[in-house]
Design a protein around this ligand. Structure first.
Ligand code: PLP
Length: 394
């Protein structure tokens, strides 16, 4: 529609949400679709968090909150950053938002001018590119490969930097690849970045607890990166609170102040009940949610075993989050059950039609050879889905 703004016409629909909508549509028409497309834990919210929300309602929390979050929630976030990430932030450096997605959107809107370049180690989370674009930025992909665990090298990072580079956004553990940067790998990237003090780093740590390897490292925990890194986190993934919509940042005060300013005009702050519940979520030690992490780890082994039994799927071992990101380019140019597969989108749609399993094309994540399969699903669903996929491609 030409009455819509150029801004929205330039923006792609979220591929993961589009796939979920398509799966829902097929389900409504009577098909039994197994959804492995969404990054959404299948657990319920832990009781201690539910109780905090119930108490907040009973205690009559109902008013607008401070735009950047309740002081008590900021206290909990400050404690959490110190406890889990060795990061020291003050109240004026924290902003609570309506999901980490809004935190990222705020950051793009307050930092990017028209034409500013945003470095995205690819594969990257779908929304980084479109959030950057809507704010006038130009996404610049830095390619990685499955043979290197989808991790960006210092050389590739350096080669992508130009005088127009304004920021870099990355996630570790990574959605969609599950890759986790070690301390040495992050330090090597920081060694390049310190030479370019104007580049701001957005470190998206929303999967920090869903990590099957070594300790999670925050970029801002390197002293020479602290002043130019914004740490983004939230409760959607680790606490299974996707619909509660709470995310937050810690970062330089001038950035937090600007996020507060934009949020004051756009949402007036995040939901008050969810904020009270998040205090309980963050005040408790991560051991309270270890049972979910353990389950994800088991499912990872299960899905990798099953995938490695299907010819044409090339996998690496994801170290965190709850996705596998197999390279399926073997199928390109082939005809499967009468359907020609030209790219990852064709393949993902083929799996939906033929195996009735919803996945997401890697094209949306900046890697056209792969598809993303979420294993935040029950073991029965994972087994049934992989059986159907095997039958469809054999
Ligand atoms: N960052 C990454 C890497 C994600 O995968 C997601 C959710 O899929 C988000 C941020 C957004 O999370 P929230 O639900 O807090 O908006």
């Amino acid at each position: 529609n030409d009455q819509l703004s150029n801004r929205i016409n330039k923006m792609a629909t979220s591929a993961t949400l589009a796939m979920a909508a398509k799966a829902r549509e097929l389900r409504a028409s009577g098909k039994n679709i197994i959804g492995l497309s969404l990054g959404e834990p299948d657990f319920t919210v832990p009781d201690f968090i539910k109780q905090a929300a119930i108490e907040a309602i009973e205690q009559d929390y109902h008013s607008y909150t401070p735009v950047d979050g309740y002081v008590e929630l900021k206290d909990a976030i400050i404690t959490k950053f110190k406890r889990d990430n060795n990061l020291k932030y003050g109240h004026s450096q924290i902003v609570v938002s309506t999901g980490a997605k809004q935190s990222l959107y705020n950051l793009a809107m307050i930092l990017l001018n028209e034409g500013d370049e945003v470095l995205l180690p690819a594969p990257y989370w779908v929304s980084y590119a479109d959030i950057s674009k809507v704010a006038g930025g130009v996404p610049i992909q830095i390619k990685t490969s499955i043979d290197n665990d989808f991790k960006v090298t210092p050389q590739a990072l350096r080669a992508a930097i130009t005088p127009k580079t304004k920021m870099m956004i990355y996630s570790s553990p990574c959605n969609p690849s599950g890759s986790v940067y070690s301390k040495a790998e992050l330090r090597a990237l920081a060694d390049v970045l310190v030479e370019f003090p104007n580049i701001i780093v957005i470190s998206d740590e929303i999967y920090e607890h869903i990590n099957f390897t070594e300790a999670h490292i925050s970029m801002a925990s390197f002293e020479d990166m602290y002043e130019r890194t914004v740490t983004v986190n939230g409760v959607s993934k680790a606490f299974s609170m996707t619909g509660w919509r709470i995310g937050y940042i810690g970062g330089p005060e001038w950035i937090a102040r600007a996020c507060n300013k934009i949020q004051g005009q756009v949402t007036s702050g995040a939901n008050c009940i969810a904020q009270r519940a998040t205090i309980a979520a963050l005040e408790n030690p991560p051991s309270r949610i270890q049972y979910m992490v353990d389950a994800f780890k088991e499912r990872r082994s299960l899905i990798l075993d099953l995938l490695n039994n299907i010819p044409g799927f090339k996998t690496n071992e994801p170290e965190g989050a709850f996705y596998v990101f197999p390279d399926i380019s073997e199928f390109f140019g082939k005809v499967l059950k009468g359907t020609t597969i030209n790219n990852a989108t064709d393949f993902s749609l083929f799996l939906l039609e033929e195996a009735q399993v919803a996945t997401v094309t890697g094209e949306a994540f900046g890697d056209p050879n792969c598809i993303r399969i979420s294993y935040a699903a029950s073991e029965e669903d994972i087994v049934a889905a992989l059986k159907a996929i095997k039958a469809a491609v054999s």
